[in-house]
Write a new protein. Structure first.
Length: 186
């Protein structure tokens, strides 16, 4: 069975991903969409509740969901020991549709880089209807970029209204990986 959680904010990741990591399943994945702020999957602030000796116990730990849970209080509480519970796949994308919130391409780029450094497959689904950047970055042709003085952001006009055409993205975001084939048959 494949089991996943949705994450739009760091608070979502801190709350939902550690719960996912506790679940025994063939594939654990995160759908980081619509991404509405920067999310660091390598430094989750995990909080878990348990009962020990009949008393409630709160365990706080920093968890790297991409490298796996191991060694800290969270891992010991849930009996991971040497076995490392980690994410097997991450899907990332911006929001589309009417009323879509802006998605900074740096947030997507960060998730792609986090996954790459940990060797976790990542699938960039779309950049959303309103891709923006707080800095000048290599993202699409310069003629499709405008600067908004009020928000202090660059806004990008894309032909694909959902931001799903990879040809309109910078090369580093054109990543569409899947978990290994054996995961589909396991």
């Amino acid at each position: 069975m494949w089991l996943g959680v949705s994450v739009a904010t760091q608070a979502d990741a801190d709350k939902n991903v550690p719960v996912l990591l506790k679940c025994p399943t063939a594939i654990r994945f995160v759908s980081a969409e619509p991404l509405i702020e920067a999310v660091n999957l390598r430094e989750l602030n995990a909080v878990a509740m348990a009962v020990r000796d009949g008393k409630p116990l709160v365990v706080r730990d920093q968890v790297d969901a991409l490298a796996g849970v191991g060694g800290g209080p969270f891992a010991m509480l849930f009996g991971y020991g040497e076995k490392r519970a980690a994410l097997d796949w991450v899907i990332v994308g911006g929001e589309s549709g009417p009323g879509a919130r802006p998605c900074d391409v740096a947030w997507i780029r960060s998730i792609v880089e986090q996954c790459k450094s940990a060797g976790v497959p990542v699938f960039t689904k779309q950049v959303g209807s309103r891709p923006v950047s707080f800095a000048t970055v290599d993202f699409g042709p310069p003629e499709n970029r405008t600067y908004d003085m009020q928000s202090q952001m660059y806004h990008y006009r894309l032909a694909d209204r959902k931001g799903g055409d990879t040809e309109e993205w910078s090369e580093d975001l054109r990543v569409r990986q899947f978990p290994p084939a054996e995961a589909f048959h396991g």
